[in-house]
Ligand binder design. Structure first.
Ligand SMILES: [Zn+2]
Length: 427
């Protein structure tokens, strides 16, 4: 095995706190939230007073943790473990640093806003780092053939039980305890793993991401001249679950605010939302894993995700989870030593004919096929865009190495379908 670099991996398990532990966790989450929000309030105050340049983020972190504990208003912070409070303050400081970097144009991606306050109704979390000396205890099985369980010993919480659905490969560097809005508890361990050298792959691929299909992929192997193309349908888990969700939302709306039944209905809504999220994440993980395993280089088009999110396509945009897919692809590529290249979003990938290079003008979204006026090729909109993305990334030579009719075969709407693979919608 060849070691390249360290990669961060998360292992998440369902946890089952006792009643007493759940109460202590709730207090810890609450204190973390207060520290985070105090941090923001203090930075706001400094900004209003024109003093924000004089006080460092580190000083503010100290003020809302160590110093706050000594005041009567915040004395109760001392009742929970100090480590997650320091992490909460560090998270707030990081959010400010990211915001400043983004503002100054030193950070890639969309412009970030000022960090906002954390609310009680959202996901609750508290992180324990290695210096808390948290410990994973010997584990057993629940009954004969039952699921394996483990325990993690946390300061002031005790031994928290979790279902060990898969083994931890080594000692984690931190553990985060989480309570989702649907009332389920989780522990998430962070592990630094040596990145494993990838199995050699010589294939390169370009992805045209979209909403009709999630992606049109063209994949070529310049060594053997093999070329395949594939459309990956959009899963749209939210659309599928919409009726169940709407029913639960209506049921929630009918309940009296603040009542026990209203709380139960809210948990049912949160659970339905989590199911949708899990389904989408699972699908995207598998797709990203397969693409990264098979290709040495993946080319993506930089999408105006934020812009699209504001149009009438926002709903399907969000449901497709293109941003999540891109993140998974990048993470897996980093872990496995593959390369992801991005081309600019102003490349006219949907307008140009990938066979002869003639510009065909702007095309509305419902036009799925068109005939090039230059070379009379009937083009598939998405495959044509994918081939153009490959070319825009400087891979024209690689493409040409696969034979003279390669562009026809990959971008054409009709004719040779032998290289086309269509994934089942049930994937
Ligand atoms: Zn043409």
């Amino acid at each position: 095995m060849v070691y390249l670099a360290m990669a961060v991996k998360r292992y998440r398990y369902r946890a089952y706190p006792t009643g007493e532990q759940a109460r202590m966790l709730a207090r810890t989450f609450g204190c973390c939230r207060v520290v985070f929000n105090d941090f923001i309030a203090e930075r706001d105050r400094l900004y209003q007073a024109g003093l924000h340049r004089d006080v460092s983020l580190t000083e503010t972190a100290r003020l809302v943790t160590t110093i706050a504990k000594t005041t009567p208003e915040r004395a109760w912070l001392a009742e929970v473990s100090a480590a997650p409070l320091q992490q909460a303050a560090a998270d707030a400081a990081r959010a400010y640093r990211n915001f400043f970097a983004s503002f100054a144009g030193k950070r890639r991606g969309p412009k970030m806003g000022l960090p906002s306050r954390k609310r009680r109704s959202h996901r609750q979390a508290a992180r324990f780092t290695a210096n808390t000396r948290f410990k994973i205890l010997d584990t057993g099985r629940m009954g004969r053939g039952g699921s394996k369980w483990g325990k993690v010993r946390l300061p002031k919480i005790g031994d928290l039980k979790f279902i060990r659905s898969r083994d931890l490969p080594s000692n984690p560097t931190s553990v985060t305890t989480i309570c989702e809005p649907d009332g389920t508890y989780w522990v998430s361990f962070v592990i630094d793993e040596p990145a494993v050298a990838p199995t050699p792959a010589t294939r390169v691929a370009a992805l045209d991401l979209g909403l009709t299909d999630l992606a049109a992929v063209v994949s070529v192997d310049p060594g053997t001249g093999d070329a395949v193309r594939e459309k990956i349908p959009n899963l749209r888990p939210m659309k599928a679950a919409a009726r169940r969700l709407a029913r639960r939302q209506r049921s929630l709306a009918r309940k009296q605010k603040g009542s026990a039944n209203s709380a139960k209905a809210r948990v049912r809504v949160a659970r339905a939302h989590r199911k949708v999220r899990d389904l989408r994440a699972d699908h995207h993980h598998k797709l990203a894993a397969r693409l990264i395993r098979d290709h040495d280089l993946l080319v993506l088009e930089t999408l105006a995700l934020v812009g699209l999110g504001r149009t009438r396509l926002a709903k399907s945009m969000h449901d497709a989870g293109l941003g999540i897919l891109i993140r998974f692809i990048k993470e897996k590529a980093e872990n496995q030593g593959r390369t992801v290249a991005r081309i600019g979003r102003w490349e006219p990938t949907t307008q140009t004919c990938s066979v002869c290079g003639k510009p065909g003008g702007k095309k509305p979204l419902h036009i799925r096929e068109w005939t090039c006026e230059g070379c009379s090729t009937r083009l598939d909109r998405d495959y044509n865009a994918a081939v153009n993305i490959l070319v825009a990334a400087g891979l024209a030579e690689t493409l040409n190495a696969c034979g003279p009719d390669i562009r026809h075969r990959l971008a054409g709407a009709v004719g040779n379908e032998s290289g086309t693979r269509r994934t089942e919608a049930t994937d």
